[in-house]
Design a protein around this ligand. Structure first.
Ligand SMILES: *Cc1c(COP(=O)(O)O)cnc(C)c1O
Length: 373
């Protein structure tokens, strides 16, 4: 049996027949987009996320775009985000015609470094060319960003805070989810994310009724009283009923799956910790969703090749940070520099991680990883 990097089939085995029954119901009622399953899912997602409002949308990229459009962020505006993230975080800023300003990460957690953020905001203000408008923090690899430090910086400078929780939806810090500090949390239901559907999907969560109202309009072509009354330029960004039908049984076991992911991570950390292999650091009081289990080794490509010889898949997130990508090289980096981002990108590599990784398979991965060093 081959080892999966993320085993979606094992999860489906557990959840059937609920998933197939849900899809069959959608085929029967034919309300394919924003149908009853979407409404039910949005309500349960809001409960899970301790949010007053949750709205489904087409994917996790649009989810970040929805608040940016709602706040009319565009040319001349600066939006701050970490350089070590998936490109979508920065892409939506550039798509709006605004300027992404890249921020360095904390060397231990890989999340946006609050002090670098502060320096970057002050730098942009001193320069006076761009107007700082918002910060997008990322809960990278499933770990909550340092919101107790980031949120006061945003507040002091009058900036909106978006929590890009595509990887970290379900993470908590001192029992609070990112929305406790952020204006809006965005997430992705791309199949490989901790809470994934069987195609593309995403959602936004907020406690701000005005923002929720505006985002609901933006996701349906800028609708006013109905979709044939257009009060703003929007998107076509809705969630399919079929995807919501897949997500409902998955959401029902998600809290348990986060616990299972943490049990896998704890075993990895205990088994792998060594002088030549760096295991992940999780902040005190944080529960990670472990979207990725990312280690650091001296030669990640050589390590990956040695693992592949034993049929163990690995992946590198992300071998090249955004500010080094040709499409983004024109945009500024924050005054704090990029030292930590550029250091860890030469070392990081991720191991198989999912809730259904059994102990025997995991022990095999641990032994192979140690031998590969
Ligand atoms: C996956 C991801 C996104 C984008 O989600 P899609 O559903 O693929 O559009 C955005 N930000 C981060 C950090 C991600 O990991």
């Amino acid at each position: 049996m081959s080892i999966q990097f993320i085993d979606l089939a094992a999860q489906r085995d557990r959840l059937e027949p609920a998933i197939s029954d849900g899809i069959a119901r959608v085929l029967d009622h034919c309300m394919f987009i924003l149908g009853p399953e979407v409404r039910e899912f949005e309500s349960k997602l809001a409960d899970f996320g301790a949010a007053k409002h949750a709205l489904g949308c087409a994917n996790g990229t649009d989810a970040i775009l929805l608040p940016l459009i709602s706040w009319d962020i565009g040319p001349g505006d600066a939006v701050f985000c970490p350089a070590f993230t998936y490109c979508a975080t920065a892409e939506v800023i550039a798509l709006r015609g605004a300027t992404p300003v890249f921020i360095d990460i904390d060397r231990e957690t890989y999340n946006m470094d609050p002090e670098s953020l502060r320096l970057a905001i002050e730098g942009v203000k001193t320069e006076g060319k761009l107007i700082p408008r918002a910060v997008i923090s990322v809960d990278l690899f499933g770990q909550s960003a340092d919101y107790p430090k980031i949120a006061p910086i945003c507040k002091a400078h009058g900036l909106k805070l978006i929590a890009d929780s595509a990887q970290g939806f379900g993470t908590s810090l001192c029992k609070e989810q990112p929305l406790y500090w952020a204006d809006v949390t965005t997430t992705s239901f791309f199949p490989a994310k901790p809470l994934g559907c069987y195609g593309d999907g995403g959602a936004v969560l907020t406690n701000d009724a005005d923002l929720s109202h505006a985002m609901d309009s933006v996701r349906i072509h800028g609708k006013g009283t109905d979709k044939y009354d257009n009060v703003r330029i929007g998107l076509n960004s809705r969630l399919d009923s079929m995807q919501a039908a897949v997500l409902l049984p998955k959401l029902a076991v998600f809290a348990e799956e986060i616990k299972m992911r943490n049990a896998v991570a704890d075993r990895y950390i205990a088994g792998l910790k060594s002088k030549t292999l760096r295991v992940p650091t999780v902040l005190d009081g944080v529960t990670s969703t472990w979207a990725q289990f990312t280690i650091e080794v001296p030669d990640p490509d050589g390590f990956g090749a040695a693992m592949r010889e034993k049929n163990i898949p690995t992946a590198r997130y992300y071998p090249k940070p955004i500010h080094k990508q040709s499409a983004y090289a024109q945009f500024p980096t924050g005054a704090g520099g990029m030292k930590n981002t550029e250091d860890c990108m030469t070392k990081i590599i991720s191991l198989p991680m999912h809730p259904y990784l059994d102990e025997d398979t995991q022990d095999m991965i641990i032994e192979t990883a140690k031998a590969a060093l």
